[in-house]
Write a protein that binds this ligand. Sequence first.
Ligand SMILES: NC(=O)c1ccc[n+]([C@@H]2O[C@H](COP(=O)([O-])OP(=O)(O)OC[C@H]3O[C@@H](n4cnc5c(N)ncnc54)[C@H](OP(=O)(O)O)[C@@H]3O)[C@@H](O)[C@H]2O)c1
Length: 313
Amino acid sequence: MKAIRFHQYGDAEVLRYEDAPLPVPGTGQVRIRVAGTTFNGVDGNIRAGLMQGPMPLTLPHTPGLDVSGTVDALGDEVSTLRIGDEVIGFLPFVVDGAAAEYVVADAETLTSAPTSIPLADSAALPVVGLTAWQALFEHAELKPGQRILVNGASGAVGGYAVQLAKAAGAHVIATGGVGARGHLVARGADEVVDHTTTDLSTAAIEPVDVLLNLAPITPEQFSALSTLVGDGGVIVNTTVWMPAPSDEERGVRGIDLYVRSDADQLSELVARIDRGELVVDVAERVALPDLASVHARAAAGKLSGKIVVLPGA
Ligand SMILES: NC(=O)c1ccc[n+]([C@@H]2O[C@H](COP(=O)([O-])OP(=O)(O)OC[C@H]3O[C@@H](n4cnc5c(N)ncnc54)[C@H](OP(=O)(O)O)[C@@H]3O)[C@@H](O)[C@H]2O)c1
């Protein structure tokens, strides 16, 4: 089969589109004919070798944490899935990913794909949708009527965070760059602040109960932003190269989020998509052989929104 692999750590040029062995599903696993995978920011750090401590890999390695596709072979002791089922999932960091024509995955980690959107596009959900869900409901424990500031709302996680927070009955303040206002209002933002023209820490924003930071800001900017969180509030941070600030005196808790796979949560997100309550935004679709150029654009800071990668294109 064809796959993208890297045989050594380095910049985007280490990614090769080449032949790789067809994977065989082990006990409890299925093989998936991949319809779509995506680029996530962490993929660039893994490829560059920056994550070898927490995520030791065997090289060559195929990237691609998100998968959508069709089950095409079953390992032993798989009773929950059948050949032909359309599934999505968040694959483990340390095994070969879905930037390939086929990938194997533990059956129990997979969820039925949404039926109301194209199968390939549903790869845009798992990692970032679960990040938004876990940030809001596991870490921030967001309640109806609370106020939340989503910083970096126009990105891939932010799109889900805004929609889920609004659906939970929160008042949502979203930051976005030039041109993002219409999109963020359409996704449910009550207020939109342009971070390119406004200093958030001094903007006329009433205190919030929850600050969700998704943006590549500096520790100093993060600290200034944390003053917008009211006493007893929560700060959840996905940009974990810097810690979320806490303020014990005011009872403000800072939490660094590390997303994990959760098939039940993914199933709830799928149900919302199929009920028309959650929109999956895809910024761009690229063919698998072009994945290296996506990594290069990300490294240059030129990516915006979710990129779906298509082995079949
Ligand atoms: N820890 C974890 O488990 C985990 C899981 C998922 C994602 N992440 C990380 O979380 C971050 C968000 O993920 P993502 O997929 O949503 O990334 P993304 O699509 O790149 O979104 C980040 C957004 O931040 C905005 N932004 C850039 N500079 C900003 C600034 N100074 N102030 C406010 N907003 C700014 C950008 O849009 P505009 O400039 O157009 O506003 C961009 O849309 C990434 O760093 C990702 O690696 C971590």
